[in-house]
Design a protein around this ligand. Structure first.
Ligand SMILES: Cc1ncc(COP(=O)(O)O)c(C=O)c1O
Length: 418
């Protein structure tokens, strides 16, 4: 029979301390999160010209956080309905999940019509990745392959899920472009595993395969016997067109892959703090998809029990109404166009200042980030000498660039790259 006292007694000699309070007083301080820590540093700077291009959150042209007008309208409608605050259930709001699947896979998707695609609402993209990691460890395998480089949180998410994290080549650091040959070679040589792909607007490089290259990736994944797991955090942000940005996902479905997908509504709907996401699978048949979802729910229940309702209701409201959906598409396009404009402005200002370096990649990369090629030392100089805050891998969040800070940013980059 379980005895609490006995468990304590057994553990004490192992940790070699007299009491647990003594153990906890020696807990060391953890290092600050690389990205959140940057925002803290930015907030404590008193320099009037400080610039935060670290965090991946959209800012309007005056540098302010932005709530999409369509989100405000949908939110008002949701409030107007006077709904109760009951639990949504482990898998979240069914209407939200249905709209979410249509958004990613396409309203006319055959797989969707055949009910082979099923999903659960998640705590945004991060929560969906974590649930998948745990599910994969239980039913898939011991490892996962990520692109090199990838979003900084991917590795800890999957390590905390108990997986061994490996990488495949993705970026040609020397020429600042996609290393498609390296990617295909690494995927073809790897033993069958789960392969994470960024569906669009790869974070941090801003480089995506073109459709021909996606087809080659799909072929290699099939031949090598891998399982595809798409992370889609920027649908609508890459090109300004949410349909176009889902092309990789839809092509893989058409190519017959059984696969999984995690969607985030943080960036495209600007619902960062509401934590709205969806994790779905394309199963071999209806029963298989339903079985997988039943197991995802078993991973979720002892974790956070069920997801929050408010943000998901907003997305459901927008995607269930043709007028609101069109407004969303227009407003998402406006955000993406402002970012594209800032790319050209940053590049032309650098060139105008006489920088002899090649800055082509600023405009050829897409999505929220520019993988600038700046070294960690140059990034440190930007921070110390010019009050510009970005991650030490040289990733610049283009969403934080505005008409009023672009000159200071360009002049500072020019100064540290001379
Ligand atoms: C590639 C990628 N995946 C997932 C996420 C998760 O974001 P969230 O948890 O806010 O949905 C991010 C956020 O930056 C990301 O860049």
């Amino acid at each position: 029979m379980f005895s609490y006292a006995r468990t304590i007694a057994l553990r004490q000699p192992l940790i070699g301390a007299r009491s647990f309070s003594a153990v906890l007083t020696s807990v060391p301080a953890g290092p600050p999160d690389a990205i959140i820590g940057l925002t803290d540093a930015y907030n404590s700077s008193t320099a009037p010209h400080k610039v935060n291009v670290g965090v991946g959150a959209y800012r309007d042209d005056s540098g302010k956080p932005y709530v999409l007008p369509v989100v405000k309208e949908a939110e008002a409608r949701v409030v107007e309905k006077g709904l109760n605050k009951e639990y949504a259930g482990i898998a979240g709001i069914a209407g939200f999940v249905d709209r979410s699947l249509e958004f990613a896979y396409g309203k006319s998707s055959d797989a969707l019509k055949s009910s082979r695609v099923k999903g659960v609402q998640t705590l945004s993209g991060t929560g969906g990745l974590r649930v998948w990691g745990e599910f994969w460890k239980k039913f898939g395998g011991d490892g996962i392959l990520l692109p090199d480089p990838s979003w900084g949180n991917h590795t800890p998410i999957f390590k905390n899920s108990g997986l061994d994290v490996g990488t495949y080549r993705y970026f040609d650091y020397k020429n600042s472009k996609l290393n498609i040959d390296g990617m295909l070679e690494d995927l073809s040589k790897a033993s069958p595993t789960c392969v994470l792909l960024h569906a669009c607007a790869h974070n941090p490089t801003g480089c995506d395969p073109d459709m021909g290259q996606w087809k080659a990736v799909s072929d290699v994944i099939k031949e090598a016997g891998h399982y595809t797991f798409f992370d889609c955090a920027y649908q609508g942000f890459a090109s300004g067109d949410a349909e176009k940005d889902a092309a990789s996902i839809r092509m893989f479905v058409d190519e017959g892959h059984d696969m999984a997908l995690v969607q985030s509504y943080s960036k495209n709907f600007g619902l960062y703090g509401e934590r709205v996401g969806c994790l779905s699978v394309v199963g071999s048949d209806v029963e298989n998809a339903a079985n997988i979802v039943s197991q995802l729910k078993i991973c979720i229940r002892p974790n956070y029990s069920n997801p929050p309702v408010h943000g998901a209701r907003i997305v459901e409201e927008v995607l269930s109404d043709a007028k609101l959906e069109q407004e969303f598409r227009d407003q998402c396009k406006d955000m993406s166009e402002r970012i594209i404009l800032m790319r050209s402005l940053l590049r032309s200002t650098l060139e105008g200042l006489g920088s002899t370096k090649s800055w082509d990649h600023i405009t050829s990369q897409i999505g929220m980030f520019c993988f600038s090629g700046l070294s960690a030392e140059q990034v440190d100089r930007l921070k110390v000498e010019f009050d510009i805050f970005c991650t030490r891998d040289g990733r610049i969040s283009m969403a934080g660039v505005t008409q009023s800070n672009v000159e200071h940013l360009a002049a500072s980059i020019h100064e540290v790259t001379k």
